[in-house]
Design a protein around this ligand. Sequence first.
Ligand SMILES: [Fe+2]
Length: 183
Amino acid sequence: MNREEALDSIKANVENANLVRHMLATEAIMRALASGLGEDEEEWGLTGLLHDIDVELTEGDMHSHSKLGADLARELGANETVAHAILCHNETQGIPLETKLDKALFCADPLAGLITAATLVRPDKKLAGLEVGSVMKKFKEKSFAAAVNRQQIAQCSEIGLELDEFIELGLEAMKGIADDLGL
Ligand SMILES: [Fe+2]
């Protein structure tokens, strides 16, 4: 599977433009992580890109979410490493994180959410002027974007990153595709 095929499948299964943007943001963070950790950028990027492909299909059923996504990824030709990372990014499945890819997706997904939320409360709603310190402040402010799981983000330590490093990497990655994100 190449990126274009993954995007075609996303277009076929996801209507919500913001959900597509969330997957693009997660893809960008995953690529940056792979690059920083010397891992496979294509593989990690595709994992981020596809991770929520089943969200509309599963209609909020958290027991199906990510199971179906992993199946769809396999159908597209993803390997078991990618499918496993997608499967266990949803905590409801109760599947332990095993590989570095599992751990990376698990913390990159909510970081994409936190950075997006921190951008949308800016007067200009643009990523360009957003700084690491502001995102860190929002991270600590528990009532802000309360649905974003801070503990999950903090698990970046499991892949050897300090929180501020991780936020900086994620922020730069998302700034790099700001136009695609509409931010
Ligand atoms: Fe997600």
